[in-house]
Ligand binder design. Structure first.
Ligand code: T1G
Length: 695
């Protein structure tokens, strides 16, 4: 074994040169790794004792991509394209041996090899688009030459990971290896040498390119078909353009065009925001006062209390992770209804071809319904998802405390109530935690985890790990009114209500936030989620909201009643402005003595977003969230904040905290209202000309 450098080694084994990369955690293509690969390949080419070369990785995975931590720094030699060129130019076959995830530059490196083998558990993909980029080392030129342009368009603009068996069918992987990967790769190398198989250079293969030339309209059709999905993003369009270059230009010119389109994205704000978000999401998993090696509680079964919309969605997450669920309702009728909704949700996914009937049956086989609370006595975790009422919750937690085995975690899905108070209703407050799912609970990725003063480190560590297991992104916050997400949402909601009283049209407020990048504006969202949900919460707190209350008093709960802030034609979900609501608003404005006026889009946007940012500063000052970036993760995954803007605090830094501070003072003098008093932290950052990133 020869060390090429401290990250890459070379060894001749049985007539085959084996180049091994060992650069934890994911063998990312740092400068050292690139230099090591170059040296290793050159060693193999020069070694007269070998007739082929295998490129493989130690540790958990094949190369997982370029080293994202190097982005934004001056490029260093050798560049990845140069390294891939050396591999492809080798006069001996180079075989990539893939395990784990060959992603981005990792797959591009493998595509520069003459052959690729993989274990069945491996996955391959070009996820650069998720970082606001495109595959910048030949991926947009080579992948279409292997799988064809239509599939390459899907894979590159989605960034999805392709399991090795499917990649094998697509021709991306030449052979699936059973047993030891390197042994299998060496055997494969010897086989192709013995058979005299050619050095397959993907860059020379043009049949799939010629195929694409027969349907020139395919690119614009793809654009139209995905317009909604790509809305607001810059990277997908550049991905498409780069693949178009693969069809319209010779390979080498296509590489040049790819680099131009890549560089455009790399220099842009969206790529910086999405790369920031990539690390923010991973940072959120770390809780400063919960050591990495904190012992976890083994979660083998779950109980869900309440089979309503939230309870059913929560149960589905566990079923899909293979965790049996006992779901409890107060009556057989409510239980049957809840389980029927779960079945319908799965059946709908099966009918769309996104879930097999076999998997649906498997999930449902793990579900047990009961009206007897005692039946959950042996589960490892209970998630309560019942009516948002403190007395009801305290009563149920008192019962759970008596029924559930010692060591079981007792979680509540409450979105507004004090979890310290709920925990105090038990003799095990250290096992009580908030697991705040977002509706629809089986779809939204965010899981806002709420620690009380007493929640133990082990329970927190367990629930953070459990979140990942059930496909959620967890963020740990502390107990305050609305926790972190809804506490900030309340500020946006408050401003939206004031804006329509003061003269902004409902559809204008929604349009401005939709154009900002949210999936929908606050009024359309209310109509979708049901305006009665927040109405009941306001009633519980004795809080008035003139327009929102007025429409609910008319039974205008939204889409489910055919009318809310908008009206909906029968069978349609398209919001239509409704003169009835305009009259309600004008009447409320008159009663409130508000003089209505034209309000600009700019004012709408700033008044909806800046109070949220101000609230984020208060949340951080109070220690309710650990990091500014945690708040960004909450808003991207919980509320659809456009990921290409990074999140509220990232956006604040982009706009400039000082500018936000000054605008708040202007709104304060123009509109009055405590919401325009800058938080002390916001003022401090502004005065010091700093941002949330400097915290
Ligand atoms: N660069 C640097 N660090 C990375 C990294 C990368 N590409 N990928 C992961 N890490 C770190 C991560 O921050 C974490 O660090 C640790 O590895 C474990 O990651 C030229 C330009 C591979 C599927 O987009 O999708 O190639 O927190 O917690 O859940 O065209 O990481 O432990 O200190 O996510 O098991 C394209 C990104 C890059 C893949 C593993 N590649 N990574 O997931 O572990 S751009 C990607 C992932 C590119 C070329 C272009 C995942 C994973 P720490 P983790 P995981």
């Amino acid at each position: 074994m020869t060390a090429i450098n401290d990250l890459v080694s070379y060894e001749a084994r049985d007539g085959v040169g084996v180049v091994t990369i060992d650069s934890p955690p994911v063998n990312a293509l740092s400068q050292g790794v690139r230099a090591g690969i170059k040296g290793g390949i050159e060693a193999g080419v020069a070694d007269n004792n070998v007739s082929a070369i295998v490129l493989t990785c130690a540790g958990r995975t094949f190369i997982a991509g370029a080293d994202i931590t190097e982005f934004g720094k001056p490029p260093t030699e050798p560049g990845l394209k140069e390294v891939i060129g050396i591999i492809e130019a080798s006069n001996k076959p180079v075989i990539a041996a893939i395990h784990g995830t060959a992603l981005g530059g990792g797959l591009e490196t493998a595509l520069g090899c003459h052959y690729r083998v993989a274990v069945a558990s491996a996955k391959v993909g070009l996820p650069e688009v998720k970082l606001g980029l495109l595959p910048g080392a030949g991926g947009t030129q080579r992948l279409p030459r292997v799988v064809g342009v239509p599939i390459a368009l899907d894979l590159i603009t989605s960034g999805e990971h392709v399991p090795a068996p499917k990649a094998h069918k697509l021709g991306l992987i030449d052979e699936l290896v059973d047993g030891d990967l390197v042994d299998g790769a060496i055997a494969f190398a010897k086989k192709i040498v013995a058979e005299g198989r050619p050095l397959v250079k993907i860059s020379d293969q043009n049949d799939k390119i010629e195929e694409a030339k027969k349907t020139p309209g395919l690119f614009d059709e793809f654009r139209k078909k995905n317009a909604r999905r790509f809305r607001g993003f810059e990277a997908p369009e550049n991905c498409i353009k780069s693949i178009e270059a693969a069809v319209n230009l010779p390979f080498d010119e296509g590489l040049v065009r790819e680099r131009e389109l890549f560089s455009e994205l790399l220099a842009g704000e969206q790529a910086k925001a999405q790369q920031y978000f990539f690390f923010s999401e991973r940072q959120a998993a770390k809780i400063p006062d919960v050591p990495k090696d904190t012992p976890l509680i083994d979660i083998k079964s779950a109980g869900v209390i309440g089979a309503g919309t939230m309870g059913g969605g929560i149960a589905m997450n566990f079923l899909q992770a293979g965790i049996p669920v006992i779901i409890v309702e107060t009556s057989q009728e409510a239980l049957d209804r809840g389980i029927e909704i779960i079945k319908k949700n799965y059946a709908a996914t099966v009918s769309k071809g996104r879930l097999s009937q076999e998997k649906m049956d498997k999930y449902l086989s793990l579900l047990t319904g009961t009206t007897q609370l005692e039946d959950i006595k042996d589960v490892d975790i209970v998630i309560e998802a019942i009516f948002e009422n403190m007395e009801v919750k305290k009563e149920i937690f008192g019962k759970l405390d008596k029924i559930c085995k010692q060591g079981a975690i007792l979680a509540t899905n409450t979105s507004t109530l004090d979890i310290d108070e709920i925990g105090a209703a038990t003799t095990r407050p250290e096992y009580v935690i908030g697991l705040h799912f977002f509706s629809p609970a089986n779809v939204m990725k965010l899981l806002e985890e709420v620690r009380t003063q007493k929640t133990s480190a082990s329970v927190m560590a367990t629930c953070m790990a459990l979140a990942k297991k059930i496909g959620k992104v967890p963020v740990m916050v502390r107990v305050c009114e609305g926790f972190t997400g809804n506490r900030m949402l309340a500020k946006r909601t408050d401003q939206a209500q004031k804006l329509i009283l003061e003269g902004a049209k409902i559809e204008d407020v929604d349009r401005v936030l939709y154009d900002f990048g949210f999936p929908m504006g606050p009024f359309a969202m209310g109509d979708l989620a049901g305006n009665d949900v927040s109405w009941r919460i306001r009633q519980g707190k004795g809080v008035k909201s003139p327009v929102a209350d007025a429409i609910c008093e008319l039974g205008r709960f939204g889409q489910k009643t055919g009318a809310g802030y908008y009206r909906y034609e029968a069978g349609s979900r398209t919001p239509q402005p409704d003169p009835v609501v305009e009259e309600i608003i004008e009447k409320a404005a008159k009663e409130a003595g508000v003089t209505r006026r034209k309000i600009t889009d700019e004012e709408i946007l700033k008044r909806c977003i800046y109070p949220m940012i101000n609230e984020a500063a208060k949340i951080l000052e109070e220690g309710m969230a650990t990091r500014a970036s945690d708040i960004d993760v909450i808003w991207v995954y919980g509320y659809g904040w456009p990921i290409y803007r990074g999140g509220p605090t990232r956006y604040a830094d982009h706009i400039g905290v000082e500018n936000i501070y000054n605008d708040m003072l202007r709104f304060k003098s123009a509109l009055g209202g405590e919401e325009w008093t800058p938080a002390p932290l916001l003022e401090k950052l502004a005065k010091e000309k700093k941002g949330f990133k400097d915290l």
